[in-house]
Design a protein around this ligand. Structure first.
Ligand SMILES: Nc1ncnc2c1ncn2[C@@H]1O[C@H](COP(=O)(O)OP(=O)(O)OP(=O)(O)O)[C@@H](O)[C@H]1O
Length: 362
């Protein structure tokens, strides 16, 4: 196992790239710590597969280096990188038993049969498939096939990294949560570096200790699930994570103060070095409430959705849509209300990037 460093990485599929737009990966500098559980999260086309293929060696980047520990592996072929991959669709041999499928990566590298038995037994027990070891893989359900595929990825102890590429795509929705939490538990037991690629925030946030969010060939933030929720470094992260995502409202900055529709909005703290002019206020729906003291941003409720645990209110203020997540009583559609933003959670964004900082304690 090793720390993986991506240094000054860029990749273009064009033979002669001329501008940033020609690059599928713009500029990536990233370190994956040894033994970490990571998710690579972003919408379709943001460059996740390109990055994964560069780490596994299927692609050589146009620029930059990949290091495993101190070793430069940029031009090493996949077979010499000691990587395990689990794909969207199960990769198993139907004619073999579950035992032989799990044993395959070890036997392929000439491991002794007693080590094979020890590892296969341990992984089967972790995956709760011990009773299937003598079953032919052809007779398994799709989710059990994918479990075995995951087991094949985890059975070797000498890999630098295990990469999962949207591994739950074929799994029935009601079984997804089970496999998701299983994977998390497996990481804690196996302690290998794992990178889980997905466009699904729930999968990323459940699995990973650190989530890397990508947009349009760039990393916009790397952080713990709590950091991504509480302090999105970019409005894209605010939008992409959360349900509904963060409210992003156009505002005007004057002398460090933010005005939404002419009314001043109290920010979490000073917006240092933000020039006067257009910017955005970011506030998560969880921190928007209906004012009981008659003070706040005037809005009209457009829709109320009861989602069981809470209600999601959609209101319009100064032509902008604002979501609020409310527990208990909620107003009705058409009602005029005043909205309050929790000040410690109200942030300023300039050109998409976080531009306010929390008030320093006196
Ligand atoms: N072989 C290729 N040739 C040319 N362009 C490509 C190739 N593969 C990917 N691209 C382009 O590179 C960009 C990044 O694609 P990539 O497949 O890495 O994104 P992704 O986040 O993995 O998307 P998805 O989740 O849909 O697989 C996209 O604009 C895509 O069209």
């Amino acid at each position: 196992m090793a720390q993986i460093t991506l240094s000054n990485l860029r990749h273009s599929y064009h033979p002669n790239p001329t501008s940033d737009a020609d690059y599928a990966l713009k500029k990536i500098d990233l370190t994956w710590e040894d033994g970490g559980a990571y998710a690579l999260l972003g919408p379709s086309g943001c460059g996740k597969s390109t990055l994964l293929n560069i780490i596994s060696g299927l692609l050589v980047p146009s620029e930059g280096k990949i290091l495993f520990g101190d070793q430069d592996v940029t031009s090493l072929p996949p077979a010499q990188r000691n990587i395990a991959q689990v794909f969207q669709f199960p990769v198993i041999y139907d004619t073999m038993t579950v035992y032989d499928n799990l044993a395959f990566p070890l036997r392929n590298r000439g491991r002794d049969e007693d080590i094979v038995k020890q590892r296969v037994t341990a992984i089967a027990e972790m995956l709760e498939v011990t009773d299937m070891l003598n079953t032919r893989a052809a007779n398994l359900s799709p989710d059990n096939k994918q479990k075995i595929s995951m087991g094949r990825g985890l059975v070797r102890q000498d890999v630098n990294v295990v990469m999962f590429d949207e591994p739950l795509t074929v799994i029935d929705p009601h079984l997804k949560w089970k496999l998701r939490s299983k994977l998390k538990e497996l990481h804690q037991r196996v302690k290998a570096t794992m990178i889980y690629v997905t466009h699904d925030q729930t999968e990323a946030l459940t699995f990973a200790d650190k989530v890397v969010v990508m947009q349009d060939g760039e990393i916009v933030q790397m952080g713990t699930p709590v950091e991504l929720f509480e302090r999105p470094a970019h409005t894209f992260v605010g939008h992409f994570i959360g349900s509904p995502g963060m409210n992003v409202l156009p505002c005007n900055v004057k002398g460090g103060a933010a005005f939404f529709g002419g009314e001043q909005v109290s920010l979490e703290g000073p917006a240092k070095d933000v020039a006067d002019g257009g910017a955005e206020v970011g506030i998560r729906p969880e921190f928007v409430s209906i004012a009981s003291n008659g003070q706040g941003v005037e809005a009209v409720v457009r829709k109320v959705a009861d989602v069981g645990r809470h209600k999601v209110v959609e209101a319009i203020a100064h032509d902008s849509r604002i979501h609020a997540i409310l527990e208990g009583e909620a107003p009705s559609a058409g009602e005029a209300v005043k909205l309050q933003f929790k000040q410690s959670q109200t942030r300023l964004y300039k050109d998409g990037w976080l531009a306010s900082s929390p008030e320093e304690a006196a």
